[in-house]
Write a protein that binds this ligand. Structure first.
Ligand SMILES: Nc1ncnc2c1ncn2[C@@H]1O[C@H](COP(=O)(O)OP(=O)(O)OP(=O)(O)O)[C@@H](O)[C@H]1O
Ligand SMILES: Nc1ccn([C@@H]2O[C@H](COP(=O)(O)O)[C@@H](O)[C@H]2O)c(=O)n1
Ligand SMILES: [Mg+2]
Length: 263
């Protein structure tokens, strides 16, 4: 279904009469009451009901057939994006698309593009957007999931603009894992997964790229009230506690929790 939907989105003129989520929000805005997310501050708190409304249309209870619920997951290198996405995927039934994994798979495929990608990843730089967005678009086409996490994307404004242009859509939610640099460096140096970029020289470059290119994307979505910042210090379990609270507040059911109670 999504395959056809992406095609339709690509062909759809910008002025299409098909209501976009934001148009739907605007129309129903007057019906919404402010609610708050426990322990959370910032623009998202006042937007929770808007998101909840959209969630119920686009995923949590299988309403809107046109578009999956899309959450971008951002944070510095080693902030724990992948770790938390794995948990969200299994507890809340999201498909987990990691931009970095898609790029590494392309390297592993032995393609010509893969050689270019490898050189860029070793340097901690950003792969040209058309390559990454095309890989994400294909991965989205091949899933029928109604909820999708896009981990580690967009890394720069160019990524963001290319995604919006090519897919004709925007994220419903942006999660930002906020972690101090020294903690990120410690985690990356201890990751031990054989990644070509887990060395101190590349890590330093990645941290600069994060500050200079990725933070402006977080700022952009913050100004649009889409960012939910989560402190990424503490244990994996503590951080997932905050994540769980966020998804519950958006109306997503926790499959694991329900299963463990025999529901
Ligand atoms: N809360 C935590 N405390 C300690 N270590 C953690 C925590 N969360 C994740 N880690 C570990 O830190 C390392 C980096 O985590 P992860 O790969 O999830 O980060 P990431 O944000 O996806 O990084 P990258 O951008 O490089 O892909 C992993 O070895 C992971 O097991
Ligand atoms: N949107 C992206 C995502 C990643 N990259 C490159 O891959 C490296 C590893 O990414 P992780 O998400 O696994 O941390 C990253 O440092 C970039 O070189 C990219 O270019 N664009
Ligand atoms: Mg990762």
């Amino acid at each position: 279904m999504w395959r056809r939907r992406v095609g339709a989105l690509l062909l759809r003129p910008r002025s299409s009469s098909i209501p976009t989520p934001s148009a739907t929000h605007r129309r129903r805005h007057h019906l919404l009451l402010p609610v708050s997310v426990p322990d959370e501050k910032g623009p998202l708190a006042s937007n929770v009901l808007l998101l909840r409304l959209f969630t119920s249309q686009a995923g949590a209870d299988g309403g809107n057939p046109r578009k999956p619920f899309i959450a971008f997951v951002l944070g510095g290198p080693g902030s724990g994006k992948g770790t938390q996405c794995t948990r969200i995927a299994s507890d809340f039934g999201f498909a987990h698309l990691s931009a970095g994994d898609l790029l590494r798979n392309e390297i592993a495929s032995g393609s010509e593009k893969g050689e270019l990608i490898l050189d860029i990843i070793k340097e901690g730089r950003i792969v040209p957007s058309e390559i990454t967005v095309e890989l994400i678009r294909k991965a989205m086409e091949s899933t029928d999931a109604k909820r999708v996490l896009i981990d580690g994307f967009p890394r720069c404004e160019e990524n963001r603009i290319a995604f919006e242009r090519i897919t004709g859509t925007e994220p419903d939610l942006v999660i930002f894992f906020d972690c101090p640099e020294d903690e990120m460096v410690k985690r990356l140096l201890g990751r031990n997964q054989g990644r070509v970029d887990d060395n101190i020289e590349t890590i330093k470059k990645r941290l600069k790229v994060f500050e200079n290119l990725n933070i402006p994307v977080v700022d952009y979505y913050s100004s649009r009230g889409k960012v939910h910042k989560i402190s990424a210090t503490g244990t994996e379990e503590e951080i997932f506690g905050a994540v769980r609270k966020l998804f519950a507040s958006l109306g997503f059911e926790n499959f694991v929790f329900h299963k463990s109670r025999g529901l």
